[in-house]
Design a protein around this ligand. Structure first.
Ligand SMILES: CCCCCCCCCCCC(=O)SCCNC(=O)CCNC(=O)[C@H](O)C(C)(C)COP(=O)(O)OP(=O)(O)OC[C@H]1O[C@@H](n2cnc3c(N)ncnc32)[C@H](O)[C@@H]1OP(=O)(O)O
Length: 157
């Protein structure tokens, strides 16, 4: 696992995201990393929900939390892959910042709230400004949700 989270390389103006901004004290502050330093296609993040992230059932997570985590892990993974493709250190100018154009989620089973969740990402395509990321969220090794994201890099302006 790399030492610096992708999100910790975002410049200040992009660090207020509710899901992953390190400058948002009320947010989830998700941190994403390369799964393996030798492989620049797979990423990982971990998150342990709080009791107030509950859905209708007290010990299960609400779907919006799952979507938020997948959303932020996916865009961070896309940005990391794009920097790598350009041979640049994350966060260096010109800034490459991806936003979600499309996020399709399959909720496979209820997600427990009391355990650490693991998110995986795989960059399956990166062409021009568009990245496709395959995502999953699991608990205790069991997948609870899978998703496909299309993330698009913001234009420089
Ligand atoms: C100051 C800012 C602060 C921005 C602050 C950023 C904070 C980050 C937040 C973290 C993550 C989030 O939650 S993001 C929040 C939720 N998402 C958003 O708000 C994004 C809203 N949507 C947009 O702004 C726009 O639609 C964009 C940027 C996604 C795309 O618009 P665009 O820049 O004009 O690009 P466009 O030419 O349309 O598309 C580029 C390529 O992507 C493809 N593409 C576009 N949309 C889709 C789609 N839904 N499904 C498939 N493919 C798509 C196009 O076909 C094209 O492919 P090809 O022809 O090249 O093959």
């Amino acid at each position: 696992m790399s030492k610096q989270a992708f999100q910790d390389s975002y410049p200040a103006e992009f660090s207020h995201c509710y899901g992953c901004g390190h400058d948002n004290p009320h947010g989830l502050q998700l941190k994403s990393y390369w799964l393996d330093e030798e492989d620049r296609t797979h990423t990982v993040a971990h998150f342990t929900p709080k009791p107030y992230h509950t859905g209708g059932v007290p010990d299960k997570a609400y779907g919006g939390l799952i979507a938020s985590l997948l959303d932020c892990h996916g865009t961070a993974s896309a940005a990391a892959a794009a920097y790598f493709k350009e041979g640049r250190k994350m966060g260096t100018a010109p800034i490459l910042r991806f936003v979600t154009a499309s996020l399709s989620i399959d909720f496979l089973r209820p997600t427990p709230i009391k355990e650490e969740l693991t998110l995986y990402g795989e960059i399956t395509q990166l062409e021009g400004r568009k990245a496709t990321v395959a995502l999953s969220l699991s608990a205790n090794g069991e997948p609870c949700a899978t998703a496909t994201m299309i993330a698009v890099a913001l234009k420089p302006e």
